[in-house]
Design a protein around this ligand. Structure first.
Ligand SMILES: NC(=O)c1ccc[n+]([C@@H]2O[C@H](COP(=O)([O-])OP(=O)(O)OC[C@H]3O[C@@H](n4cnc5c(N)ncnc54)[C@H](O)[C@@H]3O)[C@@H](O)[C@H]2O)c1
Ligand SMILES: O=C(O)C[C@H](O)C(=O)O
Ligand SMILES: [Mg+2]
Length: 474
């Protein structure tokens, strides 16, 4: 596969002396240093100098720093400040709450607020199911995290987790029209998390658990699923697994291999790794090898982590032992949901013909895509800046849209499988290519396709509380 990488974009505020052709000099300095000027804005002009904001695309932060040093060392150029556009879009957070109706006069006020609102409260008191019709519960999801497994950054706490949760909430709204609220809890106690989520549930039609570390995430999700009557969905488990399977269905078609014959190596047997494995098993894959930091999971050992004991019983049919080096021999597929630097070119060389590599750790994949690309047939990552983005954003907006439309009280296996098939089928067979096994997150047809398939699966499996017509705009 061939790859092109996008870097980061920095804004340099420069004071440029009014002498000679300074801008041409600046442009050639930047160009020679490998930067790419994307925009120039005039900020102010004085007798001696002009101040401009110059947006420059650079490879990474270090490259950006080198360019700043280079410019500052030049006679007549002074670097006033460098700002990162990513930080600028985060100023003050990424979300706000907006009312759906304007209160223009006393009459409006008396309807949305006291006294008439009281009649609506009483109606819900008489029939609690009316909360779905008459409050934001109908179309609102809580994105709940404790900040313990934020992307691949680990336990960075609830404050640092907020930007990711705000991002997920934005995507819920933009892609599915669902209002989502980021909630980062200042506790790691699984029971306290369960109790808190239960107590805030009245306002929500669904709970999207996010970036909660394993193995606690399994307990928290299981309890909430049993104790709440709205869908509870741990995105890092099931969203990831759904999109991974969608990608694999298409990748297998492309290399003309059948799922049941594949040898799949999964690295990182946490939330995402366990769920991906369960999904592979239900799709008919039998030869799955799970690899942790301690090596291949096998039946010759008893593990402290309970889920790994479950894992060893359901995978590794030949009970092989050893490290990732041993697991990769003859593998058709690598699924990485661990961390950076796990996979090497040596590993890729051990794989079977037409290797399929899904290096899904965020933000840094298990292997640098540029390094892996020449050695594999199909490569996918979780990132937005490479082709084949296998990221749960392709799933959670649509799966919740379908579940909320059907007013489903849970999201079950059939609904997840339906979502995976809907995502995969968004690409027609004659459109499949090595760098196009998964539809873009901006393919607007995908969310509705997933939502329709999920609502239908909810109806078929008797978990829907509402009949949904296809394309129903609830
Ligand atoms: N692309 C996506 O849509 C997507 C979705 C979910 C998670 N992820 C990524 O997957 C990774 C794991 O997320 P999670 O939610 O499962 O976290 P988690 O904390 O539940 O599990 C991670 C597991 O990986 C293991 N691990 C870490 N480094 C390893 C290594 N070098 N070799 C073997 N095992 C290793 C850890 O011990 C842990 O068991 C993160 O990088 C996350 O960003 C990607
Ligand atoms: O947030 C993402 O980009 C995907 C996933 O939920 C992750 O934790 O990495
Ligand atoms: Mg996540």
């Amino acid at each position: 596969m061939e790859l092109q990488r996008s870097g980061i974009s920095l804004i340099y505020r420069l004071e440029i002396a009014n002498q000679g052709n300074m801008f041409a000099k600046l442009a050639s300095l930047v160009g020679n240093a490998g930067g790419d000027i994307a925009a120039v804005d005039m900020i102010r002009v004085t007798q001696e100098a002009v101040v401009r904001d110059v947006t420059i695309n650079v490879g990474n932060r270090e490259h950006g720093r080198q360019i700043a040093e280079l410019l500052d060392a030049e006679d007549g150029i002074h670097v006033v400040a460098v700002s990162d556009r990513t930080f600028l879009v985060h100023l003050g957070g990424k979300l706000e709450i907006a009312p759906k109706i304007q209160v223009k006069n006393r009459d409006d006020l008396s309807r949305v607020y006291t006294p008439h609102v009281a009649r609506v409260c009483e109606a819900i008191h008489e029939d609690p199911s009316k909360a779905f019709q008459l409050t934001i519960k109908r179309n609102t999801v809580a994105v709940v995290s404790d900040g313990t497994a934020v992307l691949g950054l680990g336990d960075i706490g609830p404050y640092a987790a907020m930007p990711v949760m705000e991002g997920k909430a934005m995507l819920f709204k933009q892609f599915a029209g669902i209002d989502a609220f980021p909630i980062c809890l200042d506790t790691k106690d699984p029971d306290a998390i369960v109790e808190t989520v239960k107590r805030i549930a009245p306002a929500f039609g669904g709970i999207n658990l996010e970036d909660i570390a394993s193995p606690r995430c399994f307990y928290i999700e299981e309890r909430l699923k049993t104790e709440l009557d709205i869908p509870v969905f741990h995105d890092d488990q099931h969203g990831t697994a759904v999109v991974m399977l969608a990608g694999l269905l298409n990748a297998a078609k492309l290399v003309r291999k059948e799922l049941k014959n594949l040898k799949v190596v999964v690295v990182g047997i946490g939330a995402a790794g366990v769920a991906c494995t369960k999904m592979l098993l239900s799709a008919g894959v039998t030869n799955i090898i799970g690899v942790t930091l301690e090596g291949i999971l096998h039946r010759g050992r008893e593990y402290e982590n309970e889920i790994w004991n479950w894992y060893k019983e359901h995978t590794n049919p030949e009970n092989i032992t050893g490290s990732l080096d041993d697991a990769m021999v003859g593998a058709d597929v690598f699924i990485g949901v661990s961390g950076p630097g796990v996979l090497t070119v040596e590993h890729l060389r051990k794989m079977a013909r037409d290797p399929i590599v899904f290096a899904m750790a965020n933000p840094t994949p298990e292997i640098e895509p540029e390094v892996a690309a020449p050695h594999v047939r199909i490569l996918a990552t979780g990132r937005s800046d490479y082709p084949n983005q296998i990221n749960n954003v392709l799933c959670f907006p649509g799966i919740f849209k379908g579940a909320l439309a059907a007013r489903a009280y849970t999201i079950n296996e059939d609904m997840k499988l339906a979502a995976a098939q809907a995502i995969a089928s968004a690409i027609r067979e004659n459109e499949l290519r090595e760098d196009y096994i998964i539809p873009s997150v901006f393919n607007q047809a995908v969310v509705q396709r997933v939502a329709d398939a999920v609502a239908e699966a909810a109806r078929r499996t008797d978990v829907a509380r509402r009949e949904v017509m296809p394309k129903d705009n609830f």
